[in-house]
Ligand binder design. Structure first.
Ligand code: ADP
Length: 490
């Protein structure tokens, strides 16, 4: 009998506001489905602006004392949070797979990643240095310090329901900020679990709040309420632009991790087997539903056929099924709309001359399952050359020269992640400098780590998460000019 993770005390179906678990004021709820079976797994409160305001006010109140804790005290609480995540890894992963569908092994590594972000920022909390500036006045002294920005509003997507929040909660708390989080409606339980974990770790009431419900209402309140000083969002470029516009009214500091359209380039001189493995990792992890997933494979003419054949063979070996089953590598897509989108993009490509090498249809398992698919002879007239696929479909384009590959790769409004494979050192430097992306994988298909800066350029966003830079978005610089110190003026 499989364990029912809904029995876990970490599986919460209420809002976490000011240290209490509460329902929506209206008493209304929304149902959450298991994407592998379509069955309802539980409900969440359908909250709106009123509850969001309460959470913001609680966070504002808590900020008064939390912002004055020492870095050491915050680091200690974050270390406890880190340990709690590790101690409860299996339950957290179980909840994640239940609501999101990814294989348990991937869910476990996501939870480990969440823990890693928390530990990293526990350490970074103590390294928020200021500076003393050589004064242009003999009698004055100039200091620059960095202070927590205030209440943070965080909105996150369903593809990494735990770690996307880790990247926001951990640096916010490390900096001394308080936070109101809105996880995605499809995957709220990993987000609500953060409320329980933070309570157990000893964060005072109001420091972390988690609310679920109407995205429009909650987002509207978070972006318009003057008590919120910072908005951090991970999601689609479309919604990011809306939030940016809304946040402009009260001039909030904003960081955005938005969509991508990652090119994956294989040059003639590449290690083809390595490129195939990297391609599988970069394309099919989370069933193709990550913003750094390879969206367009560009393969140089001399190795095109070999690469397509080997990639297709590797794709055929992928095991697809419900995430809770042993050995499954590919779970379902998140919902029926996502399946429709993959199917539409594929139909469009086939109509324009794309050759399906493997896969190509909905999976016999039904529901939200789609076969992992490789399409050869992809061209720039096909929709997936411009649109984010977010599914298990790998289009392979052909190119002739390095210049052409760079030009094709950069021909998009996005600029998050890109990948390329080569054994030529000069080319490795030339191409990585020429690609207009925030993240470059050279001979690597998986590059995310808490110690490196993650973020995009162009319409893929602004700000960086992780690394020593990840805390910056939660800090404001303050310049203090000290006069009247009794030094002689001349
Ligand atoms: P995805 O394509 O990953 O679902 P979205 O941008 O639609 O990306 O969703 C990311 C997050 O933004 C989710 O938590 C979603 O509920 C939220 N969201 C969607 N629309 C809005 C909105 N108008 N205002 C605020 N948040 C929103």
């Amino acid at each position: 009998m499989q364990q029912d993770f809904r029995d876990s005390p970490l599986f919460r179906q209420q809002l976490y506001i000011a240290g209490s678990w509460v329902d929506a004021q209206s008493g209304k709820t929304l149902e959450v489905e298991d994407p592998a079976t379509g069955k309802v797994i539980g409900t969440i409160p359908n909250a709106g602006a009123a509850e969001t305001r309460q959470a913001i006010e609680a966070a504002h109140e808590a900020f008064k004392s939390f912002s004055r804790t020492t870095a050491g005290e915050r680091a200690e609480m974050l270390r406890r949070l880190h340990q709690l995540i590790l101690d409860n890894r299996d339950e957290l992963a179980g909840i994640l797979t239940l609501e999101q569908g990814k294989p348990l092994a991937e869910a476990k590594s996501e939870i480990s990643m969440s823990a890693a972000y928390v530990l990293w920022f526990a350490e970074e909390a103590r390294r928020v240095y200021g500076e003393i500036i050589p004064s242009p006045w003999r009698e004055r002294r100039l200091l620059a310090t960095r202070q927590p920005i205030g209440v943070v509003g965080a909105i996150t997507p369903w593809n990494f329901p735990s770690s996307m929040l880790a990247r926001k909660i951990a640096p916010a708390l490390a900096a001394g900020c308080t936070i109101v989080c809105k996880p995605a409606t499809q995957t709220p339980y990993s987000g609500l679990a953060w409320g329980e974990l933070c309570a157990r770790a000893g964060f005072p009431p109001g420091v972390v709040n988690v609310i679920t419900g109407s995205a429009r209402e909650i987002g509207g309140e978070l972006t318009s309420n003057p008590l919120v000083r910072k908005i951090t969002f991970t999601g689609s470029t479309e919604v990011g632009k809306v939030l940016l516009g809304q946040a402009a009214e009260t001039v909030k500091k904003v960081s955005m991790e938005l969509g991508g359209n990652a090119p994956f380039i294989v040059f003639d001189d590449a290690d083809i087997d390595r490129a195939v493995q990297g391609g599988i990792d970069a394309k099919f992890r989370n069933t193709g539903q990550t913003c750094v997933c390879a969206n367009r494979f560009y393969v140089q003419a001399g190795v095109y056929d070999t690469f397509v054949t080997r990639l297709s063979a590797a794709v055929e070996r992928l095991r697809i099924g419900a995430g809770v089953e042993d050995g499954v590598e590919l779970g379902p897509l998140i919902d029926a709309d996502s399946v429709d989108k993959v199917e539409e993009l594929l139909t469009d490509a086939v109509a324009k001359g794309g050759r399906v090498m493997t896969g190509g249809q909905r999976h016999p398992l039904g529901g939200n399952f789609f076969e992992p698919t490789v399409v050869a002879d992809a061209t720039s007239s096909m929709r997936f050359s411009r649109e984010e696929i977010f599914g298990p479909l790998a289009p392979v384009f052909r190119f002739e020269t390095e210049e052409e590959a760079i030009q094709l790769a950069n021909d998009t409004e996005y600029g998050l992640a890109c990948y390329f494979y080569t054994r030529d050192l000069g080319r490795a430097f030339r191409v990585s400098e020429a690609l207009d992306y925030g993240i470059v994988g050279v001979n690597e298909g998986l590059v995310t780590t808490e110690v490196a800066p993650f973020g995009g350029v162009k319409e893929s966003g602004m700000g960086r998460e992780g690394s020593r830079h990840g805390i910056e978005d939660y800090l404001e610089m303050k310049y203090v000019c000290m006069g009247g110190l009794g030094f002689p003026v001349a």
